[in-house]
Design a protein around this ligand. Structure first.
Ligand SMILES: N[C@@H](CCC(=O)N[C@@H](CS)C(=O)NCC(=O)O)C(=O)O
Length: 257
């Protein structure tokens, strides 16, 4: 298998976590989002949405959408199982994953892109921007790139994005307190793709708003975050700290070469 991904991308991190839990060997192919490698025709042939990740499961056979990829991996490599057997719990799991896709990712995008992509994108000429936009397959992402290149998100918009991202912590605290039998994990009393879906967002919140994960603020999410970081797969999946990567990039661009 070959995974086309970006180290800091939440959707890619999910798939890496899933691959690591299942101990699946794969070739890692890093896609540079700041160079729009995800919009190149070769990449669009793998994922027509022009976003990472894409997984090559056999020569020339590709999957996209992190949640779909994770379910495929759980179907084809059943051990350890990462979905509840009970259909009701499974439906809850899927709804939660979808909720994070719709309600968490767009807000994290605003915060991450402002840091990672804006410095490069705002230097493009109008012609460069136009050429790049022409290769982006979805209107939603074209708009996001226009914002980053020409109309940077304001401090108010970023604060609002963080406020909305933090709703995930509230939701998880409720979910973790709702089950009749207390469990560390979100759905059905066992570690699942729901926990994997949330992990990249909570990892980012741990960096930008750590107080939200304090024991005094959200004790159940606090325990969940401690527990997920103890899993061997967490280290294997390399959810490096954003700040560290940013510093590293700044150092390498500052060094003449
Ligand atoms: N729903 C998709 C979201 C994928 C996604 O948004 N990927 C982002 C990184 S987390 C990306 O490739 N962004 C680059 C772009 O939009 O140009 C999934 O879960 O796979």
């Amino acid at each position: 298998m070959r995974l086309f991904h970006a180290w800091l991308s939440s959707a890619s991190r999910r798939v890496r976590l899933c691959l690591a839990e299942k101990n699946i060997a794969y070739e890692s192919v890093a896609v540079d989002l700041s160079k729009q490698e995800q919009h190149a025709p070769e990449f669009l042939a793998m994922n027509p949405n022009g976003v990472v990740p894409a997984l090559e499961i056999a020569p020339g056979r590709f999957l996209h959408e992190s949640s779909t990829i994770c379910e495929y991996l759980d179907d084809t490599v059943p051990e350890p199982p990462l979905r509840p057997a009970d259909p009701y719990a499974l439906a809850q799991m899927r709804n939660f994953v979808r909720w994070t896709d719709e309600k968490s990712l767009p807000h994290l995008l605003i915060l991450n892109w402002s840091l990672m992509l804006q410095p490069t994108a705002q230097q493009w000429s109008d012609q460069e921007l136009e050429d790049k936009l022409a290769r982006i397959p979805t209107a939603e992402r074209r708009e996001a790139w226009v914002r980053i290149a020409r109309k940077p998100y304001t401090e108010e918009e970023k604060a609002e994005a963080l406020r909305k991202l933090l709703l995930l912590v509230e939701r998880m605290e409720d979910m973790l307190g709702a089950s009749e039998v207390p469990s560390t994990w979100l759905i059905g009393g066992a570690y699942s793709l729901a926990d994997i879906a949330a992990a990249p967002f909570i990892a980012r919140i741990a960096e930008i708003a750590p107080a939200a994960l304090a024991e005094t603020a959200h004790p159940r999410v606090h325990r969940w975050w401690q527990a997920i970081q103890q899993r061997p797969a967490f280290a294997t999946a390399r959810l490096q700290l954003f700040g560290e990567v940013l510093q590293e990039r700044l150092r390498s661009t500052a060094t003449p070469h």
